[in-house]
Design a protein around this ligand. Structure first.
Ligand code: HEC
Length: 164
């Protein structure tokens, strides 16, 4: 009886302890991605994003910017990557010291919130990237509150979002 009580108290403590850590996660990031989330994210990434950014995340120099090692994708606050995927991005851009001046079409019409969150979460943790996963809730909020009918430019995006 006593052992059971201790076990239960221990489990409750563990749950409380692990949920405490979660409040430190930057806004818009999810607490943790399960193996299922990552598998779903990888599937979306390889179906949709890899055509341009490549399955290795390396991109194509001068044409498609890299996601591996990208300071934009792997910023602690995912506000900018979420907007880029939902609404698209065009014009001059510097990623990892390389310059680009191209167009990424908006993906918001063909991908739902969970798919965008999963693809971003996968990419933010793949190829040496070490940024936290993105929640579907964060994508839903941006979709509901930010209306855009043209692709972002980098300058617009910087003005519209806090420094990550
Ligand atoms: C049709 C090609 C294409 C597809 C599909 C595409 N992108 Fe992009 N992406 C681009 C281009 C081109 C840019 C740079 C646009 C510019 O020059 O302003 C870009 C920029 C980005 C950036 C910011 C720059 C960087 O390297 O970090 C992120 C993040 C990003 N894309 C993520 C994604 C994700 C995630 C997907 C899939 C959901 C995706 N893209 C699908 C072409 C594409």
């Amino acid at each position: 009886m006593k052992t059971r009580f201790l076990l239960a108290a221990g489990l409750i403590g563990l749950v409380l302890f692990s949920s405490c850590g979660r409040s430190d996660a930057p806004a818009g990031t999810a607490p943790a991605a399960t193996a299922d989330d990552l598998a779903q994210g990888r599937a979306v990434f390889e179906r949709v994003c890899a055509v341009c950014h490549q399955a290795t995340g390396a991109g194509v120099p001068g044409v498609f910017p890299p996601l591996a090692g990208s300071e934009i994708l792997a910023a602690a606050d995912p506000a900018r990557p979420i907007r880029i995927v939902l609404h698209g991005l065009q014009g001059p851009l510097t990623v990892r010291g390389g310059t680009y001046d191209s167009v990424m079409p908006a993906q918001g019409a063909q991908l739902n919130d969970a798919e965008i969150a999963a693809a971003l979460s996968y990419a933010r943790g793949a190829w040496g990237n070490r940024a936290g996963p993105v929640s579907a809730e964060a994508v839903r909020t941006v979709r509901a509150t930010v209306k855009r009918d043209t692709f972002w430019t980098w300058d617009d995006l910087v003005r519209a979002t806090p420094a990550p």
